[in-house]
Design a protein around this ligand. Sequence first.
Ligand SMILES: *Cc1c(COP(=O)(O)O)cnc(C)c1O
Length: 425
Amino acid sequence: MTDKNLPGHPFITYRNNELYVEDVRLADLARQHGTPLFVYSQGAMLSALAAYQRGFAGRNAQICYAMKANSSLAILQLFARAGCGFDIVSGGELQRVLAAGGNPAKVIFSGVGKTRAEIRLALQADIGCFNVESEAELDAINEVALSLGKTAPVSIRVNPNVDAKTHPYISTGLKDNKFGIAHEHALATYQRAARLPGLKVVGIDCHIGSQITQEDPYLDAMERVLELVQAIEAAGVHLHHIDFGGGLGIDYNGDTPPAADALWAKLLTKLDARGYGDRQLMIEPGRSLVGNAGVCLTEVLYLKPGEQKNFCIVDAAMNDLPRPAMYEAYHQIIPLNPRASQTSIWEVVGPVCESGDWLGHERALAVNAGDQLAVLSAGAYCMSMASNYNTRSRAAEVLVSGNQAHLIRLRETSTDQMRGELLLS
Ligand SMILES: *Cc1c(COP(=O)(O)O)cnc(C)c1O
């Protein structure tokens, strides 16, 4: 038996030239459940979480999984059981937390456009904190809270104006982003929040972007946030917690983000040095907990060699894996059963009728029609961003633990898709 580990993917291995997630052979799952199919490693998720937990050992810290990265119920259940809270961005996400048995007191609600109905739902569920992104939102939460006879716990998302050095669509901490309250207005906004009778100020938060692979933006953001903490508290508003958001990147293709425990060792040293080490800390990691725990299995439908380009047409598409089309993101694509034959260069594309529907450019692969491939790093921002474009049904999902495979989502049917649509009478 020859085992080969994939760098950056300790829970995915080739054994005797066959690809496994933990101790489950992926070809078996593809046969049993069909493709496209998402397969997740429970061990990979828990070990990613353990890195943060090690980083925070002995601290008063709450990890709130940013569930928009992957909001499947069984995955939420796994993180809830492991002690996580959740960072939500909609009322729908709150309903998912409740359905998965999560503790609403450990929920924080982020996002620039919370509706009054969502605010009401969150207040009725007694969530832990609203991360407020504008003055107008403060007023709305205050009004809804007063109408319910409740006090809303709030934190203000401050925009530290640091460059996270990531893709512009997922950079959120710069002045010209729609997120948060500008550094220079933060103090006044806190003073205003403290005067509103339906609100209780409990914390401060920031989130500077996603797929961050360097530690400097975090250290800079912390510096900027702590300056504000000092100014806000000097003005008489106490901050019970400090929330540093999420954003830590993963290795998609040789990326080298800092390890969560090493990063937090540095951040905590800084926090201690500034005298804030005893505050409750919150973080909102998403991608770094689930991204590299998932793969998407797909079958090669047709090979279409051409003069300019060779197309390898597979049964997964931009509706299943939207990141390449949206962000020109790179996902590794590897065979379930590698062939010994010569590789050619392929454009790996899906069946959707648009040229943006590609999964990988210029990939060296030895493939035949009928072969199965695994798209790696598909645990975050894939299934949760999947759509029904081209009336394609969303894929099934399997969670693997050791040699056990649990189906956690049935493949969607066309009937599921059309439910709720009405014909004219
Ligand atoms: C998306 C998001 C996160 C998680 O980001 P990751 O890059 O997946 O860690 C955390 N906080 C907020 C407010 C977000 O919008």
